[in-house]
Structure formats: C-alpha cells, structure tokens
Design a binder for this molecule. Structure first.
Ligand code: FAD
Length: 320
C-alpha cells in the first residue's frame, strides 16, 4: 500500500499533527510520501525528512504560504495524479476537515473522516471512528477502488514520529493550481493568544458556572498554571463572555487532550461529543448529580470560586 501524508504548516512550521499522521502511516507501510505546501517549502520540510516522512515532496509558491483549501486541493490533486497513492492521510483538525472534503470531491475518491484507528487486514483497509457523538464506534472498510481512499485522523490519537529516514524532493505543479476564487493575504489569530485547542495536551474549560465575563480570567489563570489551552462550553460563548474560537462541542472544536478539566460545566451531550475522548477528565462542579461526572475520571464537588484559585496556586508553586 502506498500512502500519501498531507503535511500542513502554519507560520512556516510543520504542525505537530503531521508527525502523528506519519506514525499512523508507518504502522501500515514504509512506502510513504509526505507532502508539504508552503511559500518556501524546502526549508519548512526539513523536520519531516528527519522524523520519518519518507519521500518528502515540497511544493513552493507564494500562493501556498497561507492555508487556502481551494488552492491546496488543486495542488494536491495534481500530486495525487503523479504519485498514485492508494491512501491519502490528513489530520481531522479544522484545516484538514476543510481540505479533505474538497480534495476527496475533486479527485472523486471515498473518504472516512475523524478516524481514531486505521489498520490493514490483508488487503483491506479498516478505519474506526466514533459515531453518534461517541456512543458507537463504527468500523468502516475501504472497498477496492481505482481512486485513492481519503482518511482524516483525529488529533492526539497517535504519538508524534520523532525519528526516521526521509529525503526532500522539490516538486512543481502547473500554474493553474495557484489560481482560485479566494486569495488569503494574511492570517490573524482570533484565539486571544491562547494555545491551540485542537493540539493541546491539557485543556481547561469554563462553563456557565463561572457566572460572568469578569471571572473568565480565573479559569485562564488555572489554564496558564498548567500550560494548558483555554476552552469553554457554548453557554459561555452565547453569553458573549468569550470568542467562539474557544467553544468545545458539537458546534465548536473537538479536542482530545491527555487531560481535560471542566469547570462549572454541566455536561450536556453537545458538549460531551467534543471532549469525551480525552484521556483523563476532571470535573469541578457544585452539583454532585451533574452529568459531567458520568464521564469524569476524577470529580471535585464544590464551589469553583474556592477550588480554582487554590488549584492554580498549587500548580504555580509545584510546576513553575
Ligand atoms: C444544536 C446544539 C448545538 C450545541 N452545541 C454545543 C457545543 O458545541 N458546545 C457546548 O458546550 N454546548 C453546545 N450546546 C449547548 C448545550 O446543550 C448546553 O446548553 C451547554 O453545553 C451548557 O453549557 P454549561 O454546561 O456551561 O452550562 P449549564 O448547563 O448551565 O451548566 C452550568 C454548570 O455549572 C455548575 N455551577 C454553577 N455554579 C457553580 C459554582 N460556583 N461552582 C461549581 N459549579 C457551578 C452548575 O451546577 C452546572 O452544572 C448545543 C446545543 C444545541 C441545541
């Protein structure tokens, strides 16, 4: 099986999710090609070559400096035609979700999105993915096809590849790939400088229990004490206390950190679908019957206004 890994860069640095994809690909085959698209891709590609990316294909053009799903998809279609992979892997982060839906449609190949497992059984490719908000784990089998199969993999499921062989090849595509209806001129972060939610190892999230915008800082302080990303429930976004980029759940981000701390969040199903696959969940809530405790590994029943400052103080003293 020949696999094409779609590596993504942001600010000319390879996103960590790309190294997770390399690990996923290498458990199936050593025949992998990793693509990176950038303004100057050869410089950006270096870590891929030293961390197991195999044949690293670097395409450089000013139009590729910022993520643009339209232009990226056209470029990748041409590379897929040339390299003829049977499987194309991408991350199920917000970039990969936008890109792969478009790319699979352009190429006309079947797709599984948000897989949490992928394996080869004989010549059959089998993906596992959570369905119905994580209540069911579906197994999807790829049928033999003359088109490549597209899979996006949920971040933080696979460990990052740290070493391995690779060789960079500078590749070019036709100029038509760089023409699109959308031109991305600049990218500005709207997350208030907080860590990237989808890629964070620790997420601390605030719910309506914080009572008001003036207490957002309390939870951010706890997040900072742990080097964590800051998230919220939708109630906090709808109230206008924080920006939408922080929302975790069905209509927000899906996160999969090693540790998720839910503060003053009741645990509505729409919130749980975005965080229940976290490795360890800690809930802080004054209501011992709050549904969040059904998914929590550890629970603290009590007033968050007493507990959160005490935890932040302890973490700052112990960890910093
Ligand atoms: C189509 C649809 C999509 C949705 N998408 C999302 C989504 O993506 N993400 C999402 O989060 N929600 C989503 N929702 C909303 C969801 O149903 C809930 O309304 C929301 O998650 C509730 O947020 P919350 O837990 O912060 O607030 P609440 O349900 O009001 O819970 C607040 C919690 O804080 C606790 N609390 C209060 N004071 C304290 C204190 N002093 N100390 C400790 N604990 C305290 C309370 O006991 C309570 O459990 C969606 C809803 C719909 C219909």
């Amino acid at each position: 099986m020949k696999i094409l890994v779609v590596g993504l860069q942001k600010n000319a640095r390879i996103m960590s999710a790309t190294f997770e994809l390399i690990t996923a690909a290498r458990q199936i085959t050593d025949d992998i090609t990793t693509v990176v698209l950038a303004g100057d891709a050869s410089a950006v590609a270096e870590p891929l070559a030293s961390r197991g990316g195999g044949q690293v294909v670097a395409v450089s053009n000013p139009a590729l400096e910022f993520f643009n799903d339209e232009i990226y998809a056209k470029t990748l279609r041409e590379l897929i035609e040339k390299y003829q992979p049977q499987l194309v892997l991408g991350s199920a982060n917000s970039y990969g979700k936008a890109l792969f839906a478009r790319l699979a449609a352009l190429v006309g190949g079947p797709m599984t999105s948000d897989a949490t497992g992928i394996e080869l059984d004989g010549d059959k490719l089998i993906m596992t993915r959570p369905s119905y908000g994580g209540s069911v784990i579906a197994r999807e089998t790829a049928e033999k096809s003359d088109k490549p199969y597209f899979v996006t993999i949920r971040p933080k499921i696979f460990t990052e590849a740290s070493e391995g062989a690779g060789e960079i090849t500078a590749e070019s595509v036709s100029d038509a790939c760089f023409e699109g209806d959308t031109v991305v001129k600049d990218v500005k972060s709207d997350s208030g400088g907080t860590k990237n939610l989808a890629e964070a190892d620790i997420v601390v999230s605030a719910g309506r229990g914080i009572r008001g915008e003036e207490h957002v800082g309390l939870i951010k302080d706890l997040a900072d004490s742990l080097g964590a990303a800051f998230g919220t429930s939708r109630a906090v976004v709808d109230a206008g206390w924080v920006e939408y980029a922080t929302q975790v759940g069905q209509t927000g981000r899906t996160v999969n950190p090693k540790l998720y701390i839910a503060v003053g969040i009741s645990g509505a199903i729409q919130h749980l679908v975005g965080m229940r696959s976290s490795q360890q969940i800690v809930a802080i809530n004054k209501d011992k019957d709050a549904p969040i405790f059904n998914v929590a590994n550890y629970g603290i029943v009590g007033d968050l206004f007493e507990i959160v400052p005490a935890l932040a103080k302890k973490f700052k003293a112990e960890l910093n």
